[in-house]
Design a protein around this ligand. Structure first.
Ligand SMILES: CCc1ncnc2c1ncn2[C@@H]1O[C@H](/C=C/CNC(=O)c2cc(-c3ccc(F)cc3)cc(O)c2O)[C@@H](O)[C@H]1O
Ligand SMILES: [Mg+2]
Length: 214
């Protein structure tokens, strides 16, 4: 049962990682998911691409859609410059509870705001509730059929501006074909596919990086 798996993952972090050390939290989760129980984290291979795009963008405000257990939340928050903020959205309270503990174990709770609820409801409230002008970086890793509606919502709410970078996980497996069509055919995005593998497997998957042109 998925929740129990996340609880076992949290236990593996508490047992094998060093409190306050994000790298050890990332390694502990990757080890657990590679050798014990597969889980849908972006993983170590695609994680290196996530790291490199983050380092290039160096966002002061970042958004993650689909926290799950907080693995990519930790990967993103550990690379943020002082004073930068990551808002992560998760609608399953049980997953959110585990993610909060993993983020805190990594010592990154001051950089991360985890908001519980469906992204479609929360995105329109971002400006008012968090004083966000626009997001420099958005990581899409929630239900794949929500990538297009939420991207359109971010545009309509003025939460992306010229130069904002969207990075979408799983554009090949499980796949987000409508999203690829949307960003690749739109004159408002400059898109590029980063070929990789599905987390902890040899199956092809990849990330799509799309720069909003305004
Ligand atoms: C309503 C909007 C909305 N608002 C807020 N939170 C939302 C939300 N929609 C979803 N969530 C939360 O996000 C997470 C879901 C993420 C969904 N991710 C995959 O399905 C996926 C699958 C594979 C794979 C599975 C099986 C295979 F065989 C191969 C590949 C690999 C991957 O990397 C994957 O990301 C959960 O925490 C949801 O509670
Ligand atoms: Mg994913």
């Amino acid at each position: 049962f998925a929740l129990l798996k996340n609880t076992r993952m949290l236990k593996a972090v508490q047992k094998n990682a060093t409190k306050g050390d994000p790298e050890s939290v990332i390694s502990a989760i990757d080890y657990y998911c590679r050798h014990k129980e597969w889980a849908m984290n972006v993983g170590d291979e695609k994680g290196l691409i996530l790291d490199s795009v983050l380092t290039e963008v160096n966002p002061s405000t970042a958004l993650e859609l689909g926290t799950y257990c907080g693995y990519s939340t930790v990967r993103i928050a550990r690379l943020l410059s002082p004073g930068s903020k990551l808002i992560t959205v998760e609608f399953n309270p049980a997953f959110a509870a585990v993610a909060r503990q993993i983020i805190a174990y990594a010592g990154l709770q001051d950089k991360v705001t985890l908001v519980e609820g469906p992204s479609g409801d929360l995105i329109p409230k971002m400006k008012a509730r968090f004083g966000i002008k626009s997001f420099d970086f958005v990581f899409l890793d929630h239900w794949k059929d929500r990538y297009v509606p939420d991207t359109k919502l971010l545009e309509d709410c003025g939460l992306v501006s010229e130069g904002s970078v969207l990075l979408a996980d799983n554009v090949i497996c499980p796949g987000a074909p409508e999203y690829l069509k949307y960003v690749r055919n739109s004159p408002r995005y400059e898109s590029r596919y980063y070929k990789s593998n599905l987390e902890y497997t040899k199956v092809e998957d990849g990330l799509e990086k799309s720069v909003f042109l305004g």
